[in-house]
Structure formats: structure tokens, C-alpha cells
Write a protein that binds this ligand. Structure first.
Ligand code: ADP
Ligand code: ASP
Ligand code: MG
Length: 416
């Protein structure tokens, strides 16, 4: 007997038929004698609709009221799944974030989980009840509903798994695992059987939105074995794969991975914008004058390139910010024109960041050179580069994004 958390994403609960299908997955685990907590997302498209309604009501709305609105999608699915499970003879009960209680900080709209009362949930499970928890939502210190940022149900699931000391957290979605790159973009993408926490963290933060970044952080910190699988499988098919599981991807410790590849995957993010400041004085304190005010405005700067001026006089600084912060960032810099002292400011929104990820890079040289050569051969210009021990990211024109991802995917031998 195991204790499991099963999380179902939006497409998996898109309508009543899909919810009935989810209920069969839940029932299978209950019938096998496991203790089961379920976490659900809102029906596909529902959260987008609610977000848009808030925007139409007032573009600059109160974040607490935004949370009151957008958290409602998960309330509906947790109730509906409980009704369907009860109808199938399963002892199920829905739980909202505030009822568990899943406590968060006060950052409405993008709250972080602070504490979960796992013991009360465990008690329920031990009484033979299936707890159907509304994902994405929690209770803020002001005693109001909070939400965890888009894709946050993954984080609810992993956090609950950690709090109830679950044996595994199964993330059911519309693909049967984590692939070498987004399978909807590159058809030759391959499913990975195992991915190390650290690699998954890079993949998710560099654009592979199959898991919310914070859910991977949480899984890594608490050692939650996380299994990504499809809810579109036949719920009653024999579970015959490794560990009696169907095809899927286990996110686990690095030492559990036997076949180590140099490059594990390619991720890409279109949520990027580039800003270049020309003719900045090349003297101490300039970088601080530029990036200090951006930090004060809570704008995350990612890639930074600063040239060394030939005459030690003037230089250029280029950096990237999330596309959604582009206008604000431009304004922050413009407002500091006197203080920073620069010639011109230029920006580009039509850029994409493509990243090559793999823990094997730590012990292999030449991976970056291979990437640059591959892109050059296709005539793709690189605007900026950043690297870490286990990843290389390049910023390129968005017109080339698919070509770049496909090229790198083949280049590192990832095609299936
Ligand atoms: P859910 O609604 O179940 O949370 P998401 O849409 O958030 O599902 O995540 C699943 C999607 O993630 C897939 O449909 C796929 O297009 C996308 N995706 C992006 N990168 C990857 C990857 N490397 N492996 C698998 N899926 C990926
Ligand atoms: N429903 C929320 C969203 O669409 C949370 C989630 O699905 O994970 O972002
Ligand atoms: Mg998701």
C-alpha cells in the first residue's frame, strides 16, 4: 500500500466525460488499496477566461479580487470530481485551499506556499476518504484566497505530497511524460524515462511549461518522486512499465539515472524582450545605475551582455526582461537617462531564448561550440548568450525559433 497524490491538469478535466475518465484513474488506485489525495486544475481554458474577465473589468485591478475570481475554476472541478467519484461508490470529499489549510505568503496572484497542515489530510486518508483538493489556491495571511501563479496546481500537488509524506506524486497531463523538447513543436521529440531534479528545474524555468518551476523546486527540496504521465491512457490498462507504472517520466535524484546523456533536452521561451542601451559611460557604478532601478521595480533581468569599449570611454549594455515587463523596463531606463548617461535606447520584442540543457555538460567540453556552429550553419544570428554548468542559452530572432530548436535537437542526437 502506498500513499499517492494524483494531479490532473486542465485538459484532463476539460468536460464531464474527461472528469469521469479521471475518476476511473482515481478509482483504480483506490481499489489497489492506496491512500489517495487528488489535486485538480480548472477545466481547460477556464482560468484564461477568468483572467480576461478581470482585465476587462479594470486593467489595473486589485490582486486580492483577481485571486477571488480566478481561484473559482478549481473550486468547480474539485466539487464535480467528488460528485462523480461518489457516484462510482468512492468515498470522496472536496477541499478548497482555505479548508486544508494551505497557507501562503501575501503575494496575491503569485503567492508562495508557506505551510500545509498535512496531518489533518493524513487523518482523512487513513479513514479511507479520497481528498479532492482544489489546486492553484491557498489562504494568504490577510485571511483571503490567494493563487500560486499560472500552472500553480503542479505546485499545490507536490507541496501536498511533501506535507503528507506521499510515496509519489503523479502529474497526469495531456502528454505521456517529459520530452526532449515540446512534442507539439518538434514531432521527433522523444520521451525521457528519467530526468534529474536539477535538469527539470532548468528545463521548466527555460520554457518547458509541462511543470511549473516552483513545483520542481519543491520536489527537489523535499525529495518528492514526481511522475509525469498521461490522463488519456486507458485507466484500466495493466500498468506494466518500470515499477508497475505506465509510460511516463520520473523526476528523481541524479544518482537514480543510469544512462546519462550529455544533452537531455532543448527548451525555448518566447516570453522575452531585449533592451540595448548605447553609448553608456564605461566607468564604475554604471551597471548599478541601470540594474538597480529595474530591481526596485521588481523587473527580473535575465541575460546581460556588456561590451568592453576600445577606448575605455563608452560602451553598450544589452539585457533581456520578460516580454510582459518590456514597456515598464523601457520607461524605468528612460526616466533615468540623466543619471545613467547614455546615447540611445533600443528594444526588440521579436526574440526567443533557446536553451540546451544537460547535467552531462559538467564533464564534457565543446557543447557550446557545437551549438554556435550549428546555428551559424543555418544562418541564425545570436544576439546574446548565457551559460551555467548545465545549460547554454542563446537569444535569437523569433522568426528562427523553430528552425533553431529543430537544428539543435538533431545536432545533439535527440531525434527519436
Ligand atoms: P496541464 O494542463 O496538464 O497542466 P500543461 O499544458 O500545463 O498541462 O503542460 C503540458 C504541455 O506542456 C504539453 O501539452 C506540451 O505541449 C508542453 N510541453 C512543453 N515542453 C514540454 C516537454 N519538454 N515535454 C513535454 N511537454 C512539454
Ligand atoms: N488553472 C490554473 C492555470 O491555468 C492552474 C493550473 O492549471 O495549474 O494556470
Ligand atoms: Mg500545467
Amino acid at each position: 500500500m502506498a500513499r499517492l497524490v494524483l494531479k490532473f491538469g486542465g485538459t484532463s478535466v476539460a468536460d464531464l466525460d474527461r472528469i469521469r475518465n479521471v475518476a476511473r484513474h482515481v478509482k483504480r488506485e483506490v481499489d489497489a488499496g492506496h491512500e489517495v489525495a487528488v489535486v485538480v486544475s480548472a477545466m481547460a481554458g477556464e482560468t484564461n477566461k477568468l483572467v480576461e474577465l478581470c482585465r476587462q473589468a479594470a486593467p489595473m485591478h486589485d490582486a486580492r479580487e483577481y485571486d477571488a475570481v480566478v481561484a473559482s475554476g478549481e473550486q468547480v472541478t474539485s466539487g464535480l470530481l467528488s460528485i462523480v467519484l461518489q457516484e462510482m461508490g468512492v468515498n470522496a470529499r472536496s477541499w478548497q485551499g482555505w479548508q486544508i489549510a494551505l497557507h501562503t505568503d501575501g503575494a496575491h496572484g503569485a503567492a508562495r506556499i508557506a505551510e500545509i497542515d498535512g496531518e489533518r489530510l493524513i487523518e482523512r486518508l487513513q479513514q479511507g476518504q479520497v481528498a479532492v483538493v482544489a489546486g492553484f489556491q491557498g489562504l494568504a495571511p490577510d485571511n483571503r484566497i490567494s493563487t500560486l501563479g499560472r500552472g500553480g496546481s503542479d505546485t499545490s500537488a507536490v507541496a501536498i505530497a511533501a506535507a503528507i509524506r506521499a510515496d509519489r506524486c503523479d502529474i497526469y497531463t495531456d502528454v505521456d511524460g517529459v520530452y526532449t523538447t515540446d512534442p507539439r513543436i518538434v514531432h521527433s521529440a522523444r520521451r525521457l524515462n528519467r530526468v534529474a531534479f536539477e535538469e527539470m528545474l532548468e528545463m521548466a524555468s527555460l520554457g518547458a511549461k509541462v511543470l511549473q518551476v516552483r513545483s520542481v523546486e519543491m520536489a527537489m527540496v523535499h525529495g518528492v518522486r514526481t511522475f509525469v504521465r498521461s490522463s488519456f491512457d486507458d485507466p484500466d490498462a495493466p500498468q506494466t512499465g518500470e515499477g508497475n507504472l505506465p509510460p511516463g517520466t520520473l523526476i528523481c535524484d541524479e544518482d537514480e539515472i543510469v544512462e546519462q546523456q550529455v544533452v537531455t533536452g532543448i527548451a525555448f521561451s518566447k516570453d522575452e524582450a531585449q533592451i540595448s542601451i548605447r553609448d553608456v559611460a564605461d566607468k564604475p557604478g554604471v551597471a548599478h545605475a541601470v540594474f538597480g532601478p529595474l530591481a526596485d521595480a521588481h523587473i527580473n533581468v535575465d541575460m546581460i551582455v556588456q561590451n568592453i569599449s576600445p577606448d575605455g570611454n563608452k560602451t553598450d549594455i544589452t539585457f533581456t526582461v520578460p516580454e510582459s515587463d518590456y514597456d515598464r523596463a523601457m520607461k524605468v531606463i528612460e526616466n533615468r537617462r540623466e543619471e545613467i548617461g547614455f546615447g540611445a535606447i533600443e528594444g526588440a520584442r521579436n526574440v526567443v531564448k533557446v536553451s540546451v540543457i544537460g547535467i552531462g555538460m559538467r564533464s564534457h567540453a565543446g557543447i557550446a561550440a557545437q551549438c554556435f556552429r550549428g546555428l551559424a550553419e543555418k544562418g541564425i544570428n545570436i544576439r546574446a548568450i548565457t551559460t551555467s554548468e548545465i545549460k547554454i542559452s542563446v537569444l535569437i530572432d523569433s522568426a528562427y525559433s523553430e528552425l533553431a530548436v529543430r537544428t539543435l535537437h538533431s545536432l545533439y542526437g535527440l531525434d527519436g
